[in-house]
Ligand binder design. Structure first.
Ligand code: G3P
Length: 221
């Protein structure tokens, strides 16, 4: 049985994002406040970035809600959802974040609960009808956790619930493959990691050999 898989690009550096979007390699763009800051951007740029990325082919554009209470998170989420039908709101997996994510999901919004670190949090997200959960593989591994095993357990727990794992903090193609093997369907990574997924030295050498054969054939013709 086939199951859809998708890559997203995890960046707000517009030149790099545009390249992979226009080339049709990714389904959408994920951001968070840190990613915006690294690109010298802020939430004030969300309308411009949303319009740009949708025009370049993004099917989903993720911005993260902010605030120290569920009321503030909901207020920020409303602004994000008002960007357009392809906007997805991210909410951190804190107590207030869970409550806000539940309310937004009940009202029909597409919500991603971000920085999910435990299978128990994943299970709760699934009971609340949250569309995506984002565990951070690299950061789990940085803190000594067996990130692949944790995310495999999350994937099994949410299977068939309408909640899917969209894994983040993915730093190498091998990390992505290890998660795909345990059933993770969706992946977000920096542009350089997306491009690294495409690359293999032997593929490049093979391509050069094919080109050389074509050139020799044309010389003989
Ligand atoms: O979307 C998650 C990403 O911002 C974290 O990546 O590599 O800084 O852990 P990293």
């Amino acid at each position: 049985m086939s199951r859809e898989r998708r890559f997203y690009v995890d960046s707000a550096r517009v030149d790099e994002v545009s390249e992979v979007l226009r080339d049709g390699l990714v389904h959408g763009v994920t951001t968070n406040p840190t990613i915006l800051e690294r690109a010298h951007r802020s939430v004030a740029d969300a309308p411009e970035l949303y319009a740009r990325w949708v025009s370049e082919g993004a099917h989903e554009v993720f911005f993260q809600a902010w605030g120290e209470s569920r009321g503030q998170l909901l207020h920020a989420a409303e602004g994000i959802l008002a960007l357009g039908p392809k906007a997805v709101v991210k909410v951190p997996a804190t107590r207030d974040g869970f409550v806000a994510a539940a309310e937004l999901s009940r009202s029909g919004a597409t919500v991603l609960l971000t920085a999910v670190y435990s299978p128990a949090q994943a299970l709760m997200a699934a009971t609340l009808g949250v569309r995506y959960i984002a565990p951070y593989l690299g950061r789990m591994q940085d803190s000594g956790l067996d990130g692949i095993a944790e995310i495999a357990e999350m994937t099994a727990l949410v299977a068939g619930s309408g909640t899917d794992v969209l894994a983040a903090s993915l730093r190498t193609p091998d990390a992505i493959v290890a998660l795909a093997v345990v059933g993770v369907p969706y992946f977000t990574a920096a542009p350089a990691v997306i491009l690294a997924v495409l690359h293999h030295d032997v593929s490049e050498r093979s391509s050069m050999e094919f080109e050389a054969a074509v050139a020799r054939g044309l010389q003989r013709a």
